[in-house]
Design a binder for this molecule. Structure first.
Ligand SMILES: Cc1ncc(C[n+]2csc(CCOP(=O)(O)OP(=O)(O)O)c2C)c(N)n1
Ligand SMILES: [Mg+2]
Length: 281
């Protein structure tokens, strides 16, 4: 449970991110399938959350744990890698991803240690989070609930029903983070189904809304530490789809593109030089 960051902690998190993102690209290459673009955009948000939340692989079912719902379940590969990085899974077990009989499917299921809900059919995670948060409040519990959705995912009307309920019940134990990479499966969110003015929309549903850079650990921690104002919190985390992949940033076709051998090798070189840069920076 890391709550405050100094410059050394930021460096450590950035190095973790570079390693986890590379492992994820390698995993997708070996499995022959995956959602590379949205994996990369969510990496820093997930690493920040797992550093911050009250979750522990040794007591993963503790009644006092915080709850995290990975609503954008197609980004399973980064989620699995983050769970491995934080001790919920063995890295080696992920090698079965994509093979017949593997417990690691293309979307996460709650038989996997640390996974709270089955997701991947978009638009359900926020409703699940609202239900958990409401139950916790009714039991006078102080656990926190965090939900990560995509931005294209917000085309699903069920998100807005969940948001209405969160506002109605003033769920000041619920933090909804939106991976705002401005792309969905087939193109720009603003072309497929416009979301703007997103902040105003979510605010009108009864949330306190913040916009941050979803790749800056200082900003993610700062917003997580902001107290609730007797209402739920929403965080529009602006990110880059395909973050860190040379020629793969902000390109819709990288949504589920499988990197080839050359691209994986290039990412390894880039990741190593990035880590050197962070260490010397
Ligand atoms: C209900 C439902 N409809 C369609 C899909 C197919 N699908 C998978 S990912 C995706 C786009 C999601 O875009 P976004 O939420 O922006 O994800 P990200 O950019 O973070 O990858 C779609 C339409 C799905 N998984 N579930
Ligand atoms: Mg998106």
């Amino acid at each position: 449970m890391l709550k405050k960051l100094d410059s050394e902690a930021v460096k450590e998190l950035k190095i973790k991110s570079a390693n986890v993102r590379f492992k994820t690209v390698e995993l997708i290459h070996n499995a022959g399938a995956g959602h590379t673009g949205g994996d990369m955009s969510a990496a820093d948000i997930l690493i920040a959350l797992y550093s911050y939340m009250n979750v522990d692989p040794k007591s993963k079912n503790s009644c006092d744990r915080d709850f995290f719902i990975m609503s954008k379940g197609h980004s399973a590969e980064i989620y699995y890698n983050v769970l491995a990085e934080f001790g919920f899974l063995d890295y080696e077990s992920l090698d079965t991803l994509g093979s017949f009989g593997s417990e690691f499917g293309g979307h996460p299921t709650n038989n996997i240690p640390g996974v709270e809900a089955n997701t991947g059919s978009l638009g359900h995670g926020l409703g699940i989070g609202v239900g958990i948060a409401l139950g916790l409040k009714r039991d006078n519990k102080t656990n926190q609930v965090y939900v990560l959705t995509g931005d294209g995912e917000l085309s699903e009307g069920s998100n807005w029903e969940a948001a209405m309920s969160a506002g109605k019940y003033k769920l000041d134990n619920l933090t909804w983070i939106i991976d705002r990479n401005y792309l969905q499966i087939s193109g720009k969110t603003e072309d497929v189904m416009p979301l703007e003015p997103l902040k105003m929309k979510i605010n009108s549903f009864g949330f306190e809304v913040y916009t941050i850079n979803g790749h800056k650990y200082e900003e993610i921690f700062e917003v997580l530490n902001v107290p609730f104002f007797r209402k739920p919190k929403a965080v529009i985390a602006e990110t880059i789809k395909g973050y860190g992949i040379r020629d793969g940033e902000n390109i819709a076709s990288w949504h589920h593109k499988v990197p080839d051998k050359k691209q994986v090798a290039q990412m390894e070189v880039d990741m190593k030089s990035l880590i050197e840069e962070i260490k010397n920076g």
